[in-house]
Design a protein around this ligand. Structure first.
Ligand SMILES: *Cc1c(COP(=O)(O)O)cnc(C)c1O
Length: 425
């Protein structure tokens, strides 16, 4: 029997003995992650070291407060872990301050609202249908119902953010918070321009780099740190850490941010996650990680180019980062039907609205994919070409179950040649 890199054999045996049902489901999910080409743009594979920390006894400890200022005793080691994590975050991103306690990206953003706004104050962000995130003021989110949200979009002709529109809207609406960033932006974000607009209108500028944090850390995407009052991020997307969030900011905002996270929004930090983030940040400072991050972009460009060649409606015609958004209309298939057929064929992605989508969000025209996970497995441009070919075959005949099964088998063979970090089975 082989064991998960992140789990001691004795622990694995204990889990199987106590709860065979959950143990078997975890094992099945592990095989699924091993055997599939995972193209969900927000996902990745963490290292065995990160897995080990997140599955550790650190989960037993309560430590409300910050290093050196806790409300519970017994923080001799936890304080050191959190301080190391903070110092690594500051070092890696060049930030003046880092708070590593947010439970995830959404609570991190909510803490920013709590730090700077009162209910009813104005926030401005990219609308969800144009590629923004729920927490940037979309109506169904608490951020769009407790605050006055103004949303900018992308240009109809280029599908890119129109900074003239952002500037005009900001001058008219005078937001207190201005968000840049999103979940379906395939191109470089001009953080310097956003920072300038925020300064002109007196807004706090928040750069949400949840998707691209790994690229920013490695210099594969320009950093917002010199321009942003606050940088918000998740730790589990391209940054390749455990599920979590971080807020980095100028020293002048340190007090407001720290107070908003605790005691404003959260109780005790998740120390096992903090340790996992610390490890991921150490990994992200290596030359290997730099190579990985630049390869993510090279793979994304190669995959986008191959899909364009096959007639896919790649939004903006390509990609500058890890993410590709494609309109499936030219292939005569909806995003949902394509995504479900691709999943059966061993390629996992999500259906997604495209800018100005004539279809509904639950049954949209597009699909979204990303190259972080396949790059973590060591795949490169030749594999991207092969993946594009499989994707196109499946999307061109979404009802052909025989074809899907054949390709799923070929994909298992390819995946066996590119072992995923953290998975040893
Ligand atoms: C993923 C994401 C978030 C939210 O992160 P969760 O960890 O899912 O709460 C916030 N902002 C952006 C831009 C994201 O991509």
């Amino acid at each position: 029997m082989r064991y998960n890199a992140g789990m001691h054999p004795a622990l694995q045996a204990t889990l199987a003995a106590v709860d065979p049902e959950i143990a078997e489901l975890i094992a099945s999910e592990e095989r699924r992650q091993r055997d599939k080409i995972r193209l969900i743009a927000s996902e990745n594979y963490v290292s065995g070291a990160v897995l080990a920390a997140t599955g550790s006894i650190l989960t037993n400890k309560y430590s409300e407060g910050y290093p050196g200022k806790r409300y519970y005793e017994g923080q001799q080691y936890i304080d050191q872990i959190e301080q190391i994590c903070i110092d690594r975050a500051k070092g890696l991103f060049g930030a003046e301050h880092a708070n590593v306690q947010p439970y995830s990206g959404s609570p991190a953003n909510l803490a920013v609202y709590f730090a700077f706004l009162k209910p009813g104050d104005t926030v401005m962000g990219l609308g969800l249908p144009a590629g923004g995130h729920l927490t940037h003021g979309w109506p169904v989110s608490i951020t769009g119902s407790y605050f006055r949200a103004v949303q900018y979009g992308v240009r109809k002709d280029t599908h890119r953010i129109d900074l003239d529109e952002v500037r005009e809207l900001a001058h008219k609406e005078k937001p207190k918070l201005l968000f840049a960033g999103g979940t379906a932006i395939p191109r470089t974000i001009d953080f310097a321009a956003f920072g300038e607009i925020a300064r002109e209108v007196g807004a706090v500028f928040v750069a949400d780099i949840a998707h691209i944090a790994g690229l920013v850390a490695a210099g594969a995407h320009p950093s917002p740190v010199p321009y942003a009052d606050v940088v918000s991020t998740t730790t589990h997307k391209t940054l390749r850490g455990p599920r979590g969030g971080m807020l980095m900011c100028k020293a002048t905002h340190q007090k407001a941010i720290d107070r908003a996270v605790f005691p404003g929004l959260q109780g005790g930090p998740h120390n096992h996650t903090t340790a996992g983030i610390a490890i991921a940040l150490k990994e992200a400072a290596t030359a290997e990680f730099k190579t990985y991050a630049h390869q993510i972009v090279a793979n994304s460009r190669a995959l986008a180019a191959a899909l364009v060649e096959k007639g896919w409606g790649v939004i903006t015609g390509g990609s500058d980062n890890h993410l590709i958004l494609a309109d499936m209309t030219p292939k005569n298939v909806t995003g949902k039907i394509a995504a479900k057929a691709l999943d059966v064929a061993g390629m996992e992605l999500n259906y997604n609205s495209i800018p100005f989508d004539p279809r509904k969000p639950f049954d949209p025209s597009g699909v979204r994919l990303g190259t972080a996970s396949v790059t973590s497995r060591g795949m490169r441009e030749p594999e991207m070409k092969q993946i594009a070919s499989w994707m196109d075959q499946v999307a061109s005949a979404p009802a052909d179950v025989g074809l899907q099964e054949k390709i799923a088998g070929e994909i298992r063979e390819l995946c066996a040649k590119f072992p995923a970090p953290g998975i040893l089975i």
